[in-house]
Design a protein around this ligand. Structure first.
Ligand SMILES: CC(C)(COP(=O)(O)OP(=O)(O)OC[C@H]1O[C@@H](n2cnc3c(N)ncnc32)[C@H](O)[C@@H]1OP(=O)(O)O)[C@@H](O)C(=O)NCCC(=O)NCCS
Length: 152
């Protein structure tokens, strides 16, 4: 049995913001701030964490938008990658979306983030658009989308 078979995904709460920001700062060149995380966690949007021994090792944030759930942030602590943890988070997102009659999951990713792009393609996301200069006017975003009616 792998680690991903035993991951516990729970709603995040504001007491975990310090741990979230630690992972966020390791993962992104334009990290979200603690104020941003706090507002998100206190909202009705989706904010989940993955815990091992009460320590946060991954998280996912998503926004409801009509027929779509928009994935706005997903990250796994570096030493826990390639163990199926992000995949487990997405599986829970698909299930939640389908229960709410949501048809699509969409997201933007930096053109240079080849790891994330490989991950989304492995999950069956399709490239549907690009946004030139989306990141601070200097890097393009690729827009990926997955149609959930095809998800078994
Ligand atoms: C992208 C990210 C969330 C993937 O998390 P993860 O838990 O390592 O991913 P998983 O173990 O669930 O991978 C599932 C599949 O995705 C693909 N994949 C994941 N990482 C990959 C990599 N580095 N290279 C190639 N394929 C990769 C593989 O097909 C993998 O299956 P396999 O391990 O059986 O081959 C993680 O690398 C991360 O946190 N990156 C930094 C933050 C980030 O860029 N987030 C995305 C912002 S848009």
């Amino acid at each position: 049995m792998g680690i991903s078979d035993s991951v516990i995904i729970k709603n995040l709460f504001t007491g975990h913001i310090r741990q979230i920001v630690e992972i966020e700062n390791q993962c992104f060149i334009d990290p979200w701030t603690d104020n941003w995380f706090e507002a998100f966690i206190l909202s009705d949007e989706i904010s989940w964490g993955v815990y091992i021994d009460k320590k946060l090792i991954a998280y996912l944030f998503a926004v409801w938008d009509e027929d779509t759930l928009h994935l706005v942030n997903i990250a796994v602590k570096a030493d826990f990658r390639r163990k199926g943890i992000a995949k487990s988070l997405l599986r829970k997102l698909y299930k939640t979306a389908l229960q709410s009659k949501i048809e699509y999951i969409s997201l933007e990713v930096r053109r240079s983030n080849l790891t994330a792009i490989d991950f989304y393609i492995s999950e069956g996301f399709l490239l549907v658009d690009e946004r030139i200069g989306y990141y601070q006017g200097v890097e393009d975003a690729l827009v990926f989308r997955k149609e959930l009616t095809t998800y078994a």
